[in-house]
Design a protein around this ligand. Structure first.
Ligand code: ADE
Length: 224
């Protein structure tokens, strides 16, 4: 798989993808991640990438010309073009699973108030948001989406870790609380059942705890 990130801030997008599991996945050849500077496709003396809003309003918008030129150059017939924007669908584990099967993702990052709508109309396959808040630009969002996808690529997590038994595998349930050693830490003890060796009881406990935690932290998941 190849992930191309088109942004005014390549270093912001790449920094979180140069460590740990994602770094190793890249080194192992599971994914190639490239960041492209949008300004390289801007023309004119000042290589301007933004302009005022038509019809008035606060802020600036990314101009269509450099985005069209860049996307048309970077995409191939197999590319899925995704715009990172707070106006997009909320990115979920299911999106990560689906997108991990693509051969080439082009993640386009907005800046200022976003991008000229003609880019979305003509070039974008889907719009994704990483949450209901506004970031200064889409580069961090592209890194978040890339991380969630790359860790699902076969071999990325190594033998000892599996993405199968974690929160959002079932989209209606969070993971149960988890403990490691020591069994007694400052008088706070690991629940007996987890030390019992009774697999069926442990599974039952985990299911119950997952439900309690979901009710407390994310009741919206149970209603979906
Ligand atoms: N760009 C700015 N805010 C964003 C968000 N919440 N998700 C995706 N891209 C963004």
């Amino acid at each position: 798989m190849t992930i191309s990130i088109l942004t005014l801030f390549p270093e912001i997008a790449l920094a979180p993808l140069g460590e740990s599991i994602i770094k190793r996945a890249r080194e192992a050849g599971l994914v190639e991640i490239r960041a492209h500077q949008l300004r390289d496709w801007a023309t004119g003396k000042h290589r301007k990438t933004d302009d005022y809003l038509c019809g008035g309003g606060q802020g600036m918008l990314l101009k269509p010309e450099p985005l069209f030129a860049a996307i048309e150059e970077l995409r191939t017939p197999d590319t899925r073009v995704i715009l990172m924007t707070p106006q997009g669908q909320q990115f979920k584990q299911a999106h990560a699973r689906r997108l991990s099967n693509e051969s080439h993702l082009l993640l386009v990052c907005g800046h200022y108030e976003g991008v000229d709508h003609r880019v979305i109309q003509e070039l974008v396959d889907e719009e994704l948001s990483i949450g209901d808040y506004v970031l200064t630009n889409g580069a961090l969002a592209a890194a978040v989406v890339s991380d969630a996808i790359v860790r699902l690529l076969p071999g990325a997590l190594g033998d000892e870790r599996s993405p199968e038994d974690e929160s959002f595998t079932d989209p209606h349930l969070l993971e149960a609380p988890a403990y490691t050693k020591p069994v007694d830490f400052r008088g706070l003890v690991v629940p007996d059942v987890l030390l019992s060796g009774h697999h069926a009881e442990i599974e039952e406990w985990k299911k119950n705890q997952a439900l309690i935690r979901t009710r407390q932290n994310r009741p919206d998941l149970l209603q979906e």
